[in-house]
Design a protein around this ligand. Sequence first.
Ligand SMILES: [Zn+2]
Ligand SMILES: [Zn+2]
Length: 289
Amino acid sequence: MFDYHLHLWPHSQEDAPCSIEQVAAYCQEAASRGVTQIALTEHLFRFRQGREAVGPFWEAAGGDQAMSDSMAGYIDHHCHGDLDDYVELVLTARAQGLDVLLGLEVDYYQGRMHEVAELLAQYPFDLLLGAVHWVGNWRFDHLDDPLQMAGWETAAVDACWDAYTSALEELAATRVIDVLAHPDVIKVAGNVPSHPSEWWDRIAEASLKADVAVELSSAGWRKPVGEQYPAVPLLERLVAAGVPLTTASDAHHGAAVGESIDRLCELAQQAGATSLAGFEKRQRREVAL
Ligand SMILES: [Zn+2]
Ligand SMILES: [Zn+2]
């Protein structure tokens, strides 16, 4: 079993220390849950190099000034890491025998993905996750921010899902990433259209067309929606279309590494999957379930 989505730092933490001891502890926690390989996939917006590559992207998004100011503050809070140090840390951990992949969680920066790709090409990544965490300037998944959550009070759920799915389609089509992380995270706060089929179809089709894998994530079980990503009907569409799958906890601290990966594997099997995707140096391979 693999856990292909892990963070070194919780969102509440501003500084970004790197240590081999932490990586070793992650591997140990994973092993205690039967997980044999992990991938560190820190957010690109945690690193100064990422910020330099995309600039103040929130200014181009237009829209509400308060949301724009909030995004600037969010990036200021998070962006203190050095990408070279992070890469060095993971490569050193591997050299010391730890089975950890070098990854990154890459957000969708509309109109800036060429610059992102140029930056990422300079590093020997094993896998790159793609994620949509905001639509325009609105961080729809920032549950503890009242301004962001107020966005849900005025928005029509269908329109939010539509904007989210369009962003995800664009991100997949850039082919800058290898795996779509938490593919239906737009449901995180519990807002789901009465008939989501249209969006499930589009997400499955975008994944197939771009030849990217899709992540099964246990993180949704810890959120208000109380459901893994993706929902079972979307998972069934992905399996039917032959889209490769990965499994992930999206843990932001050591104790949650490898959490419920076994349950995700069971779900994948119940949906008819017989294999998962493994990665190395951005090459995908099939691994029997
Ligand atoms: Zn994410
Ligand atoms: Zn994540």
